[in-house]
Design a protein around this ligand. Structure first.
Ligand SMILES: [Zn+2]
Length: 145
């Protein structure tokens, strides 16, 4: 018999992978990213070891895990994924590229960042809220202009 377990949002087995607020599957994030970006109050609440990042722009949840959910108020930075069209919110957190700066460099930003990544200079795993490389986002912003 087929079970509806894994399509049910409230199913226990889904809680750790799907954002309960927007229903989108979260991206796994290393706890080190949360530790690097959390405010003192958020740190006191504890970093979930199974944290995931919710990429939905309209969803207030940035991270969720078995021990709680966290919004931008719990972070020391603004999150590009939550403000994809805000010119002042960084896209690249390592080298501080905002959409405004990316457009000013007229296609050179992704090349400059790629060069730094190749040189081993990037710190996306602790500086970027999504805990992963920003280059795809930078290229997307370059194409949007
Ligand atoms: Zn969400």
């Amino acid at each position: 018999m087929m079970t509806t377990c894994c399509t049910d949002m409230n199913c226990e087995t889904n809680v750790s992978t799907v954002c309960r607020t927007c229903g989108v599957k979260g991206l796994p994030v290393d706890p080190i990213t949360l530790k690097a970006l959390f405010t003192p109050d958020a740190l006191r609440r504890g970093v979930p070891i199974d944290a995931r990042f919710c990429p939905t722009p309209t969803c207030p949840i940035v991270y969720f895990g078995s021990t709680g959910t966290f919004t931008e108020d719990d972070l020391t930075v603004y999150v590009h994924a939550k403000h994809p069209h805000d010119d002042d919110v960084p896209v690249c957190y390592c080298f501080e590229y905002t959409p405004l700066k990316i457009r000013r460099e007229d296609g050179a930003a992704s090349k400059n960042i790629a060069r730094e990544i190749k040189a081993g200079h990037c710190a996306c795993e602790v500086k970027n809220p999504k805990g992963a490389c920003c280059l795809g986002d930078v290229i997307r912003v370059e194409k949007e202009k």
